[in-house]
Write a protein that binds this ligand. Structure first.
Ligand SMILES: [Mg+2]
Length: 266
């Protein structure tokens, strides 16, 4: 791969985090809206007994299906509210319409509470919490093999503290120096993350390859001119793959994370 920056999203690219996200979102909703009937059907996140949700659970299945349509912690609230209210979310337009019916103050409160709940679980049961987020098989190894050829960077909507815990657990921590880790504090959209990476390189947008598992994030950075690819193994499906193809964005497989293949992405 040409010398440059490989900017990776974390959730849905390096690690499968839906289980943790779902448990934290469920616990956040339960804390904020204990009276919602949906709350009775959500799993309880109890320190010492943190378990992956049942993949057959219909609420979890709907949560997973709608995940590609959101961006940040408060979007998990949008999904849970839609499930609670029986609102279908077949596509981005439906999602955006429903999101606009919710109050910003409630969504902001959910955002803050979500991170407080996550911190609480992490502190109360760090071991159990780490097992909820697993790296995709083969991805850490491939990242290690790419490291000598590129500057690795992270562009994530997650908080720095939890990112560091995972990178340490996966043996990747030293490959992502602090100045190349751009977390949720950088801004609301990935565009801000990518602009900061561009500033740091002081160079050519064409030298940066951004890999994310959400098409809307990749679309959002179109104006920066960086090269883009969708992590096809993450939180996306045929709906998102079709959209990526229409936009001329390649859909990668895990085995494509090698210098030769990444080089060919225009
Ligand atoms: Mg992601």
């Amino acid at each position: 791969m040409r010398a440059g920056v490989l900017a990776l999203d974390f959730d849905g690219v390096i690690a499968a985090s839906a289980a943790e996200t779902y448990l934290v979102a469920a616990a956040t909703l339960a804390a904020m809206e204990p009276g919602f009937p949906l709350v009775q059907r959500l799993p309880r996140a109890e320190p010492g007994r943190l378990e992956h949700p049942d993949p057959e659970d219909p609420v979890y299945a709907r949560f997973l299906e709608a995940m590609p349509l959101g961006n940040r912690a408060e979007d998990f609230a949008v999904v849970l509210r839609a499930i609670a209210e029986g609102v279908p979310l077949p596509d981005q337009a439906a999602y955006d319409r429903f999101r606009n019916t919710l109050e910003d103050t409630w969504l902001d409160a959910f955002h803050r509470r979500f991170y407080a709940v996550r911190r609480g679980l992490l502190e109360a049961d760090p071991g159990g919490w780490l097992t909820l987020v697993r790296p995709y098989p083969g991805v850490p190894e491939r990242i290690r093999r790419l490291a000598p050829a590129v500057q690795l960077s992270l562009a994530t909507a997650r908080d720095r503290g939890s990112i560091r815990r995972f990178l340490e657990a996966y043996g990747l921590d030293s490959l992502f120096p602090e100045e190349w880790l751009f977390d949720k504090e950088i801004g609301r959209s990935k565009q801000t993350h990518i602009e900061r990476i561009l500033e740091r390189t002081g160079g050519n947008a064409g030298d940066i390859l951004f890999v994310d598992d959400k098409v809307n994030h990749l679309e959002g950075v179109a104006g920066t001119g960086v090269r883009r690819a969708l992590a096809g193994w993450g939180y996306n499906g045929p709906r998102e793959h079709r959209r990526a193809h229409r936009l001329g964005i390649p859909v990668l497989r895990i085995e494509d994370l090698d210098p030769g293949t990444l080089e060919t992405i225009g």
